[in-house]
Design a protein around this ligand. Structure first.
Ligand code: URA
Length: 287
């Protein structure tokens, strides 16, 4: 039960309690008495005629009033999460309404999440042949791609072209896109949240193109499409499946060309993955 008058801070201090313990005891007394907000260092003399107000409500070491009111204001984190959820819902509705690649491109162009990418100048939608049996999925545009509005046209793209040539393919016999259509600031790796926001567009993209097989380039797209936390070194070379909800496409993850530029010795693994893909493509062609 609450005592009828607040404990005296001076007495508690004199009895050897620290400022913190004494302050907390005083706060607890006020909270038990139903006080839910401290609005000043001096108590308001609401009934001054009947009873003089106590000298101090609460003096904390910093001398700042403390609110006991339960917090109702959203934290930045909560607000960002709410915003992301809204973007994902909007993306799903918008993507589902697209019935052609042109509509999808326009939908992406107008989608509000573009504001996350202040460095981006041009939408990077896709390149290659939408009739091709193989769809390649990279990460996000870099500077050259942003400039030209086409995926994989910079240094990574030149290596990708050589990798494709090694299995007898080029941009007329594959279709290429990325998980993000906008260039992230300073070419940073896309966050999982960004990937998830644009995932409905990628799924719709895949449904509209309808490839027989898909190959993810690097960790970001492989993890996103396979919905896993496993690293690319574990994922690469193992067939999985990308399920859009209405279409299931066999998927083979491999290493990103940018990684191969930095780690040329890893080209051996990428080469094994390309041969793996070639065998499957040849088998489909001869069916
Ligand atoms: N890296 C990617 O993942 N995509 C591009 O389009 C260019 C570089």
């Amino acid at each position: 039960m609450t005592e009828t008058s607040p404990p005296d801070l001076q007495d508690m201090r004199a009895a050897g309690q620290t400022m913190r313990t004494a302050g907390l005891a005083l706060l607890r007394w006020y909270a038990d008495a139903g006080v839910d907000e401290a609005i000043g260092l001096e108590a308001a003399a609401l009934y001054a005629a009947e009873a003089p107000a106590p000298a101090a409500v609460l003096e904390m070491p910093q001398g700042k009033p403390i609110s006991l009111r339960p917090r109702t204001k959203k934290t930045d984190e909560e607000a960002a999460e709410e915003k992301n959820t809204q973007l994902k819902t909007d993306a799903a509705a918008l993507a589902a309404s697209c019935t052609s690649l042109e509509e999808l491109r326009e939908a992406l162009q107008g989608f509000e999440a573009k504001s996350h990418f202040p460095a981006a100048r041009n939408l990077v939608f896709a390149d290659g042949n939408p009739e091709a049996p193989l769809m390649l999925i990279g990460e996000a545009p870099g500077e050259q791609e942003d400039r030209q509005g086409k995926p994989f046209v910079g240094r990574s793209g030149q290596l990708l072209d050589k990798m494709l040539a090694a299995i007898g393919r080029n941009r007329t016999s594959v279709y290429i896109t990325n998980i993000l259509p906008w260039r992230p600031l300073s070419n940073r790796t896309p966050t999982l949240q960004e990937g998830l926001i644009f995932l409905p567009f990628l799924k719709r993209h895949m449904e509209l193109v309808g490839p027989k097989l898909t190959m993810t380039l690097g960790g970001s797209s492989s993890k996103l499409l396979l919905d896993t936390n496993q690293g690319i070194m574990r994922l690469r070379g193992q067939w999985g499946e990308f399920d859009t909800g209405s279409l299931k496409v066999p998927l083979l993850p491999t290493l990103h060309p940018a990684y191969l530029l930095r780690n040329p010795l890893a080209k051996r693994e990428a080469w094994a993955d390309l041969l793996n893909m070639k065998q499957r493509l040849d088998a489909i062609a001869s069916d």
